[in-house]
Design a binder for this molecule. Structure first.
Ligand SMILES: C[S@@+](CC[C@H](N)C(=O)[O-])C[C@H]1O[C@@H](n2cnc3c(N)ncnc32)[C@H](O)[C@@H]1O
Length: 147
């Protein structure tokens, strides 16, 4: 490694430590339109760039939690005037935000019935964008990719 890349890696590691190891100041204290959103805002900015460029017809979010990201994705769909959001979680939550573009699905993101439900609601020509933010274990993510 060159000195420059070592220094760069040190900054990345420090940011990782600061951001992920002190969640009460960062991802546990981040809101979109008042709804808790477990995301680094820098990632949300990149989401916005992807949505603007791809203009997806369907967005699938695996892992809803409180619904802040689902609402963020729906807000971006409003701004580009296209897209619906399916957000999947195994845990029901009472206070998730309502939005005309969002449909919450209760179940596992690897359950074939859940994948079937999303597929049923999707037309063959739809451009589909998927965010995997549920169980981050290797096995689960692999199964999500397969689903
Ligand atoms: C990191 S949180 C999601 C955060 C949310 N995407 C956001 O940005 O605010 C992970 C969520 O995944 C859910 N989860 C865990 N295992 C799951 C599975 N097999 N299928 C669907 N959701 C799952 C948990 O209940 C939890 O709400």
């Amino acid at each position: 490694m060159t000195t420059q890349s070592t220094e760069r890696q040190a900054v990345v590691d420090a940011f990782q430590h600061l951001y992920y190891d002190q969640p009460e100041n960062t991802w546990d204290n981040t809101y979109w339109l008042g709804v808790p959103t477990q995301k680094c805002p820098l990632d949300l900015w990149v989401y916005q760039e992807i949505i603007f460029e791809l203009r997806p017809d369907v967005i699938v979010e695996c892992g809803t939690c409180k619904g802040g990201s689902a609402l963020f994705l729906a807000s971006m769909c409003d701004m580009v005037r296209n897209g619906r959001v399916f957000s999947i979680d195994i845990e029901p939550q009472r206070s998730r935000p309502n939005h005309k573009r969002v449909r919450y699905i209760l179940g596992s993101s690897t359950d074939p019935d859940v994948a079937g439900l999303v597929r049923q609601q999707t037309r063959p020509k739809d451009r589909v964008l998927v965010f995997l933010d549920s169980d981050h274990t290797k096995e689960h993510v692999l199964n999500e990719l397969r689903a």
